[in-house]
Design a protein around this ligand. Sequence first.
Ligand code: MLT
Length: 324
Amino acid sequence: MLKFVSALACALAALSPTSALAQTYPARPITIVVGFAAGGPTDAIVRVLGERMKASLGQPIVVENVAGAAGSVAIGRVVRSAPDGYTLSIGHWSTHVVNGAIYRLPYDLAQDLEPIALLPSNPMIIVSKNAVPAVDLKQFIEWMKSKGEGVTAGTAGAGSGTHISGVYFQRAVGAPVHFVPYRGTGPALADLIAGQIDMIVDQASNALPHVRSGTIRAYAVTAKTRMPSAPDIPTVDEAGLPGLHMSVWYGLWGPKGMPKEIVARISAAAMEALADPAVRQRFVDLGLEIPPREQQTPQAFAVYHKAEIDKWWPIIKAANIKVD
Ligand code: MLT
């Protein structure tokens, strides 16, 4: 009898709408919502990843850029969407952790999202326009201090990774900085190259190609060790700001309530992409660090995301970073 009941339960489960959805998934293109303008680091990472995920999933990945409130508007769009695996959220430490400590969000970052995969992380690099007369970080800080009225630093909006890192940098240096918000660090970087702003504490993957081509200047990387792909850029410890270590990890989420099978399917596609030698090489060239495989899984990522919220919210709240 018991066997019959359990066989019946399995048969019914197999017929449930959730299971039917999972069996045919994905039957159409998948949208990944980016919280910043096209051309920035989040956009670049999802495009490399999405191209490879398409090969595993058999459906194109459509990137939708919904800028506003340092990525918060984009997350709201995903939280409110159907939990069917067709609308996903890519973001990072600032969008999916920090924003909860400084914005009044109409959703709960810890409760309303389904973690799918931990993605690579990015150290920051301190970069300036070429017109700044400095060849190293010490000279750059002297130049900043000599500008009585303060220097201008581009950010991807109040509370974004570039803003929070810029605030920590400013506090370490002790010179006035005026933060100039953009819809993402893609457009901020274009203005830095054009000499419209003075500096950015930017994600390495965004700035490195332009440092290499000589259109902007790099002074230090906010990591304990130099980047293998840019070994000539000193660490902050070497350059004169010891301990100013900052890095932005990326992740992929869906709305809460997605069928477990669909989470597993997307996660497997993301992990396959991160294991692909061509994808790895592109990420490493951009200065990104790929997390070990066991940390990429939905289960490990859920634990990590929660731990990061618990760790950073008190620190960010105490740092009293204003968003207006
Ligand atoms: C972007 O994609 O523009 C960045 O991730 C923004 C940031 O956090 O600084």
